[in-house]
Design a binder for this molecule. Structure first.
Ligand code: NAD
Length: 269
């Protein structure tokens, strides 16, 4: 193919399949599975170079290979490991444009009277410190949760960590805006990832429960959109918007992705 044809082909690809993150470099913590993995795929489809930072080496490496990205082992509760993940991106492509602080754990449920400080600190180290350590990149997106808005019985420590992330993101947005760095949060609800399925299995005492069944339960009881549960891709597309230049004037914002759950049920109380 000669030069002109190749340019024409590039232009056609761009028109037919616009790559909203073309050439941008992203680190996704917790990118090996669930919401992080779905986002890694969507980012790559949109032309981004993706570094997956996780503790699941096998699945993380295989996903990275399949999307032409990189995998780095990174426990987000350890600042130096998050720094190493950023270093991988910078050494690979010379910069970092997008930091998606997505890694998280659901944590230890139970009554407030039984809360264990060591378990709470472990959860905070991953969910909250992981986000603190990830304050890098031109656009930062942090994973909060509908739990930060509605509370929830899953885990008090989880709710606390996700509420703290909203505050941290707002104050960081104030500090970094002057440098042109945007900081936003997402708050998903009821998306059948491994984490949610295992929480539902524990909650309902049914280890046979499958992701599609969890999706149906959430669709029936936890969404205004009847029969429509949330999907990993719903969250990935919202993250894509916050990562892209199309959201260039959006910062300090919490984008709720919940099929209407939080607005519907907060009106009822
Ligand atoms: P998931 O369990 O499928 O994925 C979480 C990923 O984080 C996994 O790949 C896991 O290995 C990784 N991880 C866990 N601890 C880590 C650590 N210390 N260092 C690095 N990586 C680590 O769950 P998910 O539902 O995809 O969750 C992603 C994020 O979305 C979490 O922050 C979660 O709290 C948030 N969230 C999810 C939902 C939902 O409905 N699924 C709702 C609200 C918020």
């Amino acid at each position: 193919m000669d030069h002109n044809n190749s340019e024409t082909k590039d232009t056609l690809v761009q028109i037919l399949s616009p790559q909203r993150l073309r050439g941008k470099v992203a680190v996704i913590t917790g990118g090996a599975r669930g919401i992080g993995a779905a986002t890694a795929r969507v980012f790559a489809e949109n032309g981004a170079h993706v570094v997956i930072a996780d503790i699941l080496n096998e699945v993380g490496t295989s996903l990275a290979e399949s999307i032409g990205g990189r995998y780095v082992r990174c426990d987000v509760s350890k600042e130096e490991e998050v720094e190493s993940a950023v270093k991988v991106a910078v050494e690979w492509k010379g910069r970092l444009d997008i930091m998606f602080n997505n890694a998280g754990i659901a944590g230890f449920g139970g009554s407030i009277t039984n809360i264990k400080m060591d378990q709470m600190m472990t959860l905070l180290a991953i969910n909250l410190h992981g986000v603190v350590h990830g304050k890098r990149g031109g656009t930062i997106i942090c994973s909060s949760s509908s739990a930060a808005i509605m509370g929830g019985l899953a885990s008090h420590s989880y709710t606390m960590s996700k509420e703290a992330i909203l505050g941290l993101a707002r104050s960081t947005a104030c500090e970094l805006g002057v440098h042109g760095i945007r900081v936003n949060c997402i708050s998903p609800h009821g998306v059948p990832s491994e984490m949610l399925v295992s929480e539902f299995q524990k909650f309902l005492g049914n280890t046979e429960l499958r992701p599609n069944e969890v999706g149906s339960i959430v669709g029936e009881r936890g969404s205004l959109l009847r029969g429509r549960g949330g999907r990993l891709e719903d969250v990935a597309q919202a993250v894509l918007f916050l990562a892209s230049d199309e959201s260039g004037f959006v910062t300090g914002h919490n984008l709720v992705i919940d099929g209407g759950y939080t607005s519907a049920f907060s009106q009822m109380s």
